[in-house]
Design a protein around this ligand. Structure first.
Ligand SMILES: *Cc1c(COP(=O)(O)O)cnc(C)c1O
Length: 367
C-alpha cells in the first residue's frame, strides 16, 4: 500500500461537484478580481471566526507583513515570536524592517509564554502568537503580558482555522490576526490565498488600501502598496469549503484520536495538547529521537512523511545576518531534529491508517 504524507485530492473528491459548480459560476461571471465572491467570503469568514472585519489578501505571508505595516512596526522595532515558527512568520516581521526576537517553545510546541517577559526590551512593539500544528498558544498569559507592557498582539492562525482557547476562537484575541488558505491548511484554497482579520475599522481600511496599490479610490494612490488581492475564483471556492470546515476539523480529530490511542512505541511521542486549547490537528506531529531512521523505515513501506520544520529560522541562510549560531535555541533545535508529520489528511481511510499504525508499532521493537 502506498500512503502519501498528504493527499489533497481526497478532500477535493469529497465535494467535487460543489467546487466545480462554483468554479464554473465564477468563470462564467466575467468578473474575476474584487467582486461579490470576495465580499461574501470576507463577511462569512469574519462571522465564522467572530471578528468585525476580514480582508482577503493573496497569501498568509502577505497577511503577516501587511498586518505589521498596519501597526506601523518596522525598522528599529522588535517583535517577539517563537523560535520554532515557520519561516514565513519571521519574514512577515522582517519584510517591514523590524527584527524578530526568538523565544523557545514549551512542551506543547508553541511559544513558552513564561519566557516572553525576559525577551522584552525598550524596542519591543508586538508579540506574534503563532498557533502551530492546530493548537492554541496560551492566549491568557500572552494578552496579560501584552497589556502590562503596552505591546500589540498579532495572531498567526495559518494552522488554526477553528482552533479555540478556552472556548474562544483563535483570531479574536489579538489586535490583528492573519490566516493562510494555502491548499494544505485547515481551510485551503485551490491556489494561494490569505486574510487579515480585526475588530478595528481603521486597520481593516488600511489593509484594504495596501492590498490594492495603496489606493482607496481608483487611480488615487495614498501610499506605496502592493498587489495582494484575493481573487474571485479562490474566494468562491473558499466559501464552499467554509461550509464544510467544521466537518473537516471533526474528521481530523477522529483520525488524530486513533493515532493517539493506537500508536504504542517507546521511541515515538505524540504532540501534547495544551489544557485550555482544543486541537484542530493541522497535521499530526510526533517526536522521535530516531526521527531520520523512522523516515527511512516508513519510506521502505511506501509511507510518506514530512518534517515541519527541519531548519529553524535562526539557523536559516536567509537570517544569517541576525548572527545566531547552533546552540542558541536548544529546545527549538532539538525539535527540528526529532519532529515528524505522519500521513494525515481528510479522506484518509481506515485501512490506510491501520497500515501506518501497524508499521509504527513495529519500529525498532519487532523481533
Ligand atoms: C503556511 C503558513 C504561513 C504562510 O502562509 P502562505 O499562504 O503560504 O504564505 C505563515 N505562518 C504559518 C504558521 C503557516 O503555517
Amino acid at each position: 500500500m502506498k500512503i502519501l504524507a498528504n493527499d489533497l485530492k481526497r478532500q477535493y473528491d469529497l465535494y467535487a461537484p460543489e467546487y466545480e459548480k462554483k468554479a464554473l459560476e465564477v468563470l462564467r461571471s466575467g468578473w474575476y478580481i474584487l467582486g461579490s465572491e470576495v465580499k461574501s467570503f470576507e463577511r462569512e469568514f469574519a462571522d465564522y471566526i467572530g471578528t468585525k472585519y476580514c480582508v482577503g489578501v493573496a497569501s498568509g505571508l502577505d497577511a503577516l507583513w501587511i498586518a505589521f505595516r498596519t501597526l506601523n512596526i518596522g525598522a528599529g522595532d522588535e517583535v517577539i515570536v517563537c523560535a520554532n515558527a515557520y519561516i514565513a512568520c519571521v519574514m512577515g516581521i522582517t519584510i517591514n524592517g523590524a527584527a524578530p526576537v526568538f523565544v523557545e517553545p514549551d512542551e506543547y510546541d508553541n511559544i513558552d509564554a513564561d519566557k516572553i517577559e525576559e525577551a522584552i526590551t525598550p524596542n519591543t512593539k508586538a508579540i506574534l502568537a503563532v498557533h502551530l500544528y492546530g493548537q492554541s498558544c496560551d492566549m491568557t498569559k500572552i494578552m496579560d503580558i501584552a497589556g502590562r507592557h503596552g505591546l500589540k498582539v498579532v495572531e498567526d492562525c495559518a494552522q488554526a482555522h477553528g482552533t479555540t482557547w478556552q472556548g474562544k476562537m483563535c483570531g479574536t484575541f489579538g489586535d490583528i490576526s492573519c490566516f493562510s488558505f494555502y491548499p494544505t491548511k485547515g481551510l485551503g484554497a485551490f491556489g494561494d490565498a490569505g486574510a487579515v482579520l480585526t475588530d478595528n475599522e481603521e486597520y481593516a481600511e488600511f489593509v484594504r488600501m495596501i492590498r490594492n496599490y495603496g489606493s482607496k479610490v481608483h487611480y488615487q494612490n495614498e501610499v506605496v502598496g502592493a498587489n495582494s488581492r484575493l481573487d474571485e475564483l479562490q474566494a468562491g471556492l473558499l466559501r464552499v469549503k467554509l461550509t464544510h470546515l467544521n466537518s473537516f476539523n471533526e474528521e481530523r480529530c477522529r483520525l488524530a484520536e486513533r493515532y493517539n490511542t493506537e500508536i504504542h512505541n517507546p521511541y515515538i511521542r505524540a504532540l501534547k495538547t495544551r489544557p485550555g486549547s482544543n486541537n484542530t490537528w493541522h497535521q499530526y506531529e510526533i517526536h522521535s529521537p530516531y526521527r531520520d531512521e523512522l523516515i527511512a523505515y516508513l519510506r521502505s513501506f511506501d509511507i510518506g512523511t514530512i518534517i515541519h520544520y527541519p531548519i529553524p529560522p535562526h539557523l536559516s541562510h536567509a537570517y544569517a545576518y541576525l548572527g545566531y549560531k547552533q546552540g542558541d535555541f536548544p529546545i527549538t533545535e532539538r525539535y527540528a531534529n526529532d519532529i515528524l508529520s505522519l500521513p494525515f489528511y481528510n479522506g484518509m481511510t481506515e485501512d490506510e491508517q491501520t497500515y501506518v499504525i501497524n508499521k509504527l508499532n513495529r519500529f525498532k521493537t519487532a523481533e
